[in-house]
Ligand binder design. Sequence first.
Ligand code: SRM
Ligand code: SF4
Length: 585
Amino acid sequence: MSDDKQLSPVEHIKLESNYLRGSIAESLADDLTGAIADDDTQLTKFHGFYQQDDRDLRSERKTAKLESHYQFMVRMRLPAGVLTPEQWLAVDDIARRYANNTLRVTTRQTFQFHGIFKQRLKPLIQALDAVDLDTRGGCGDDNRNVVANTNPQRSALHAAVHDWSDRISRHLLWKSRAYDELWLDAPVSSEPDHEPLYGKSYLPRKFKVAIAIPPENDVDLFANDIGLIAITGDDGELAGFNVAIGGGMGMTHGELDTYPRLATVIGFAPLDQTLAVVETLVAIQRDHGDRENRKHARFKYTIDDHGVDWIHDQLDERADLRLDKARDYHFDRNGDPLGWVEGDNGKWHLTLFIENGRIADFDDNGTAHYGQYQGPAGYKLMTGLRELAKIHTGQMRLTCNHNVIIADVAEADKSAIEELVAHYGLDDGSKNSTLRYSAMACVAFPTCGLAMAESERYLPSLISKLDDVMSDAGLSGDAIVVRMTGCPNGCARPFLGEIGFVGKAPGKYNLYLGAAHDGSRLNKLYRENIGEDEILAELTPIIERYAEERDDGESFGDFVVRTGIIAETTEGRFFHDNVGSPEPA
Ligand code: SRM
Ligand code: SF4
């Protein structure tokens, strides 16, 4: 543990917060400002929301000497991204009643609401509570939404894994009574509060757990602090998990001691040990993660600083846990197959494409929320999904690729779903290019306070241009994983893109190449700080060469590494080595 004097400011805020209460109640009651107190902005993350301001309006308001246009983003906790149609309808209603009339599916399988004014936070959280949904641990230095593979073809296994995601999420949830008191009007107790796992200072940084069912890696398992790879026994039932540790994407431009890292598989845990292994790993990070420097505080750095053998020793010493040798597994891809598939339970599942996760109704000019978001003119996506939820009797599921699954549809109900899909022009994988279906962008402007460049609002138009390049090269049907973020924090997992774009400044991106198609290898920096013309000029000859010279079934990421266009990144620690290309293609 760090010396108290050296602790980062956020550590002091947590310690002095009385288990995440701080002065949030007073901040909410203060009608003189749309903001909350500075310290409270750190604490409300644990309750699932961030203070933001509308960056489209920032300079205008500054010139007019007005307070920033403060608003909040609220993130739900939704293990494995599963909700009932009734919950969907409630969430849809909340977005229209309290937020900006849009919903945002996130890369961690949940919803974010944007543009919420301070006074609406409590009614919003109460409306979620009314349908058994919450925002506890949506953000903050604790365990985040536990994501799990949606693999609809293996329905029974999916149900088991969903169960596990829920169990782990509940087990690692912060427990203080602050949430119930602040949002749900629970009586304030005079008994002292406590946090059995986290203690007063919670974790040094955010913590993430994912579960994948091979061969699908749609959760990008290796980007998580803990990744659990589902292993089945001879009977096809879930037998346990291979445990992978130390994944994370975030880094800072120009700071070479920050880097993305993929989780290392350290062994196999049978089901009866899984929860203990997960809890002990969290406790190791709680006690040994860096509490002085938040840029060095993720579990990935704790592991690289101490070594994997030390982790094994810790598991043994703390909880008598000795992992077996990891079992064989194989991943095929990290994207979502779109359209209908039949599950092994005889039910049907329809995966619909949601471009960059933004669910809205777009007007005849192709805009939503006062022109802030763009989409196809007249596309009533939000209404279409609402109408689907009204007639659907199975589950709705969100994917880590920003998509939505209408799950568990009986054969007899398929045609009614299909009619609505056709009526609203929803995208079942038949309307756009494979490249667009394989692309994903983070939120960035106008809400994200950390964005350096556009992402969600820019990638669609860049994809249209790349579509032309792909089509000219005869690759229209090919899937290349493209990821874009507005900064190097990595929210759309750009370092797992076969082609990755990371914002540097307005209109300028770093271009990364060479991640594996199944999410098992990081990419590497190829060109720095380039605009759209240079991006197209750089990528066109590489895509043409890929069309002509690739081996049978070779993915784009593997091709650029094999042909030496980019050096291979073997480990996070070496992410910044050998950047650029030996000779421009
Ligand atoms: Fe993220 C911070 C959005 C997934 C790494 N992320 C943010 C904030 C809250 C900005 C901020 O701190 O002020 C963004 C809010 C934008 C907005 O206006 O909505 C934001 N992150 C998102 C979402 C919505 C992106 C999306 O397009 O879906 C994702 C919400 C996930 C969820 O439901 O919980 C999202 N963020 C991720 C992922 C991907 C993942 O977890 O699989 C990562 C990379 C994996 C990882 O954690 O390393 C990620 N977000 C970050 C980081 C860098 C963390 C680090 O270790 O350095 C930050 C900044 C920070 O924590 O300081 C960040
Ligand atoms: Fe914001 Fe950066 Fe995350 Fe994009 S990657 S949402 S710009 S923090």
